[in-house]
Design a protein around this ligand. Structure first.
Ligand code: ATP
Ligand code: MG
Length: 604
């Protein structure tokens, strides 16, 4: 797990969350919206319900047949044909009920898994449509949790809980009616058992749910402790923090163990409790039946059948607290997923949109302002032009808005006011595919996917062949370098590319950008120092990649700024100076200050 991969369980335990839209406040509306979201769940649902009800009702045949056998099978001696005939019927009905229940369960699991898969895909696609403002760093973990852990919380309900409501209610009602038909007097003591049963099971269920919530929190804590200590292994060793870290990790492991044991202990109390109540029901039926049966005109068969009926009547009540808890969990999960899916997509792609022309592209920003969410303006009225083929450097203090400006150029978000034009077209009107090919950004940390170098570069252009990848390395003079890696182009780069050095990651990112032949290349230079050999390779590759293209480089190195055709100086979200290196140094303003500190660093 890398530093920015956030564990979903851990995030779930955190307070901060996506805002819940007003119309999703009530449980019913969430349930309704949630079901509307997954057509997979509704498809064939009527049939599934019908066969599962068939199974429930089929099982009710047993007590009725038992009553028949006991009351009529022994009249005037043992009536073998009658008894065996009914036994065969009972077997047949129970077997059919089993087949129906199995079919219903299979249909439900399939529909439910398809629905969850659909939800994950919907959520994932939606996250990718959100702009950088909504995807700000703090929230990424929450977004990840939405498509992973939160979707999981629905499974129990969609596979089991939802249909269990129907089963439970139908079984309770039908058995109640049969009991009344057999004997209303015997029905009363059985019904009286419901209230204490619900109270006890409800309480046990609540304590069990609380214990499992605690398990989730503890698991999250343990994961974060363990992953932090593994990721920060260098710091831990260098600062001699082993003992302290060791203690914290062990404590979190122990806490998780305790929480788990407690939860299982509670589960172990809960299930046998159901048996206690069924036992009580048998006792009540037998005692009351034996004492008053003859007086009320009850036959032996009726009382025997009542044993089964009482069991069947109480059974769903023991399940209700669990079904209720599953429903609550699912509603909470749906609420979170819906909150994600209802987040407005602020970058709307035009359809069909304008295609950018090939070759170097010019850039024009008119009074561009931007803020992240409802934060302060981080860009204020930025107006600049870049000629096609020009090499521009962007400099400024940390936090002055350089990266943000470049992200707007790649349309990772739209300005809150003002407009951006690339190649003479308003960026909002440029077709997505054209923009993604023509405008390429090499991010500061040179993000790479955890695949081979070759595959990473190939990701830079759809349908790129091995030969194209080789050619791209050749063009940038990086063939020798890439072959010097342990497995050459087949080297796996590790999570986020961390198996490569920062400089090496930038080189691979550069080739990945270049293979798409962009007309505008935006480069966020690595801030950390790179060794001289890599530095030399990067400058050479940059020189080659820039030829015939417009480049905008966020410069953290003096040499980049010195060589640029023009420099834009950012300060607190504004462009305060622009010009060539020598002019700006002479002007003695913000850039001159930056230059002095650069020189200071170089000398130091
Ligand atoms: N995802 C975000 N959510 C909220 N605010 C952000 C986000 N990203 C950047 N900011 C804020 O926007 C401002 C500009 O940030 P930006 O990353 O553009 O600066 P920068 O000039 O690139 O800095 P650096 O030289 O350190 O890379 C900063 O005040 C920063 O805190
Ligand atoms: Mg930056």
């Amino acid at each position: 797990m890398s530093a920015t991969t956030i564990d979903p369980t851990q995030v779930d335990a955190r307070e901060d969350d996506l805002p819940i839209p007003a119309h999703l406040r009530s449980a019913w509306s969430v349930l309704f919206e949630g079901l509307r979201l997954s057509p997979e769940l509704r498809k064939g649902l009527g049939f599934t319900i019908a066969i599962s009800l068939g199974a429930v009702i089929g099982n009710l045949a047993t007590p009725i047949l038992i009553q028949q056998i006991f009351d009529h099978g022994f009249r005037g001696g043992f009536r073998a044909t009658f008894v065996f005939g009914l036994c065969a019927v009972a077997f047949g009905v129970v077997f059919l009920a089993f087949i129906a229940a199995r079919a219903a369960a299979r249909r439900l699991v399939r529909a439910s898994e398809e629905a969850l898969m659909g939800l994950r895909v919907q959520g994932f696609e939606h996250i990718h449509r959100l702009s950088i403002a909504t995807q700000s760093r703090e929230r990424r973990g929450v977004l990840v949790a939405r498509v992973t852990a939160d979707v999981d919380t629905l499974a129990e309900f969609t596979e089991e809980g939802a249909i269990s409501w129907i089963w439970a209610i139908v079984q309770i009602v039908v058995v109640f009616v049969i009991m009344l038909l057999f004997s209303w007097q015997l029905t009363i003591p059985v019904v009286l058992l419901v209230l204490p049963l619900l109270l006890v099971m409800g309480k046990l269920q609540a304590s069990m749910s609380a214990a499992y919530d605690a398990v989730r929190v503890r698991v999250g804590e343990m994961l974060s402790e363990v992953s932090e200590s593994v990721m920060g292994a260098d710091v831990v060793r260098a600062y001699g923090l082993e003992e302290r870290v060791d203690m914290r990790v062990k404590r979190s492991i122990h806490e998780r163990y305790r929480a788990h044991v407690l939860a299982h202990l509670r589960t172990a109390t809960m299930w046998p409790m159901g048996t206690v109540f069924w036992g009580l029901a048998y006792a009540v039926v037998i005692v009351v039946g034996a004492m008053f049966g003859p007086e009320w005109g009850l036959t032996f068969g009726t009382v025997s059948a009542f044993l089964f009926l009482a069991d069947m009547f109480l059974h769903p009540f023991t399940d209700l607290p669990e079904i209720y808890a599953q429903t609550q969990t699912a509603i909470a999960g749906w609420r979170k997923i819906l909150a994600l899916l209802e987040m407005p997509v602020d970058v709307r792609e035009p359809s069909p949109g304008v295609a950018l022309r090939g070759g170097a592209l010019d850039v024009k920003a008119e009074d561009v302002s931007y803020r992240y969410g409802d934060g302060p303006l981080v860009l204020r009225d930025v107006s600049v032009e870049v000629q096609p083929g020009a090499h521009v450097a962007v400099v400024g203090e940390t936090g002055s808005g350089k990266t943000t400006f470049c992200k707007l150029l790649a349309r990772l978000a739209d300005p809150v006011s003002g407009r951006l034009e690339v190649g003479g077209v308003d960026l909002r009107d440029v077709a997505r595919a054209s923009r993604q090919n023509a405008i390429r950004m090499v991010p500061q940390d040179g993000f790479l996917f955890d695949i081979t170098v070759r595959e990473n570069v190939r990701a830079g252009r759809e349908g790129a062949s091995d030969r194209d990848v080789d050619a791209a390395f050749d063009e940038l003079g990086l063939r020798d370098w890439v072959e010097s890696l342990s497995k050459g182009l087949q080297t796996r780069v590790g999570e986020r590319g961390e198996a490569l050095s920062v400089g090496e990651r930038q080189l691979v990112s550069l080739v990945r950008a270049q293979i798409g032949n962009p007309g505008l290349l935006i480069l966020d230079e690595a801030t950390s120092a790179v060794d001289p050999a890599t530095e030399h390779r990067i400058s050479e590759a940059l020189r080659r990649v820039s030829a015939g293209r417009t480049t905008i480089t966020i410069a953290h190195r003096l040499s980049t700024a010195e060589g640029a055709d023009e420099i834009f100086v950012f300060d607190a979200g504004r462009v305060v100076e622009r010009g060539r290196h020598a002019e700006l140094v002479d002007a003695g303003g913000t850039y001159a200050g930056l230059y002095r500190s650069w020189l200071g660093n170089v000398r130091a």
